[in-house]
Design a protein around this ligand. Structure first.
Ligand SMILES: Nc1ncnc2c1ncn2[C@@H]1O[C@H](COP(=O)(O)OP(=O)(O)OP(=O)(O)O)[C@@H](O)[C@H]1O
Ligand SMILES: [Mg+2]
Length: 244
C-alpha cells in the first residue's frame, strides 16, 4: 500500500512541482512504483516537466466528474518506467478532500509512493487533503517571507493533528546563505521548527531540463539531492550536507 506524501509550502513558487517531479523521478529510478497527483487545478505543469504536453489524454477533472476511473486517467511517464502522473485539469474544477481521499485510496494498491503536488494558493480543501497524508514535506527557500509562511503552515498542520512533517530547503546557494539574508541553514530549520529531510541546491541545469521536458541530467546537483531524500524516505541513513 502506497505511502502518501504531500508536498506543500506557505508561499507560492517555492519549487513544490519541481520537487514532486524530481523526487518522483528519483524514487522511480530506484525501482519504486511512484505516482504524482497534481492538485494545481487550472495551472497544471507536470505534463510539460515530463515532456508529455501533447500526450496527456485524461486528467483528474474527468475522474472527479465521474467520466474516468482514477487508474484509467493515470499516465505513464516515458522517461522513467516506474513513474506515473495524474495531471490536474486545465480548468478550475470543484473538489473536496473526501473525493481526493477516495481517489488516493483506490490507487494505493498499485503504487509504493503517491506524491501530492498541492499547487499554489492552498485552500481549505487542500488543507484537508494534505492533513490526511502519511507525511507532509514543507518546502521553504532561504527567504525570510518564505520561511515565516512555511512556519505558519507547519504550525497549522501540527495544530490540526498532523505531526508527521519534514522540511525541504530549496534553491540553496552559497550566494544566498550567509550574505545577511539568512545566516545559515540552522536559522531556517529553527524558524520553521520541523526536522530537515533535505537541502536542494539552486540548479539551473534542472530548470532547463524540466522546462524542456527532458530528464534531469545525471550530473545535476539537484538530482543528487533528490536521490538522497528518496533514500531517507525509505529509512536509509544518508548524512545531510549543504548540498543534499
Ligand atoms: N532547486 C532549484 N534550482 C533552480 N530552479 C528551481 C529550483 N526549484 C525550483 N526552481 C524553479 O523555480 C520556479 C518555480 O518552481 P515550481 O513551479 O516548481 O514552484 P511551485 O512551488 O510549484 O510554484 P506554484 O506555487 O506556482 O505551484 C521554476 O522556474 C523552477 O524551475
Ligand atoms: Mg506548482
Amino acid at each position: 500500500m502506497a505511502k502518501v506524501i504531500a508536498v506543500t509550502s506557505g508561499k507560492g513558487g517555492t519549487g513544490k512541482s519541481t520537487i514532486c517531479s524530481g523526487l518522483g523521478y528519483a524514487l522511480a529510478k530506484q525501482g519504486h512504483r511512484t505516482l504524482i497527483i497534481e492538485l494545481d487545478f487550472g495551472l497544471r505543469c507536470l505534463d510539460i516537466m515530463f515532456g508529455m504536453e501533447n500526450s496527456i489524454q485524461h486528467d483528474l477533472g474527468e475522474v472527479l466528474n465521474g467520466k474516468k476511473k482514477a487508474l484509467d486517467a493515470v499516465a505513464q511517464v516515458p522517461m522513467a518506467s516506474n513513474l506515473s502522473i495524474l495531471c490536474a485539469p486545465k480548468t478550475l474544477t470543484p473538489v473536496n478532500a473526501e473525493q481526493i481521499g477516495d481517489i488516493c485510496s483506490s490507487l494505493k494498491k498499485y503504487f509504493e509512493y503517491i506524491i501530492i503536488d498541492t499547487g499554489a494558493g492552498i485552500n481549505s480543501h487542500v488543507f484537508d487533503i494534505v492533513e490526511q497524508s502519511n507525511l507532509i514535506l514543507v518546502v521553504s527557500t532561504p527567504d525570510q517571507v518564505c520561511i515565516r509562511d512555511a512556519s505558519l503552515m507547519s504550525d497549522e498542520f501540527y495544530n490540526r493533528g498532523n505531526k508527521s512533517q519534514r522540511l525541504i530547503i530549496n534553491k540553496v546557494s552559497k550566494k544566498v546563505i550567509g550574505n545577511g539574508l539568512v545566516a545559515n541553514l540552522d536559522e531556517i530549520i529553527d524558524k520553521v521548527g520541523i526536522q530537515l529531510i533535505g537541502v536542494i541546491p539552486d540548479d539551473f541545469k534542472m530548470t532547463v531540463a524540466t522546462g524542456k521536458g527532458n530528464p534531469i541530467p545525471t550530473d545535476s546537483e539537484a538530482l543528487k539531492a533528490f536521490d538522497a531524500i528518496s533514500k531517507r524516505l525509505g529509512g536509509e541513513f544518508i548524512p545531510l550536507t549543504f548540498n543534499n
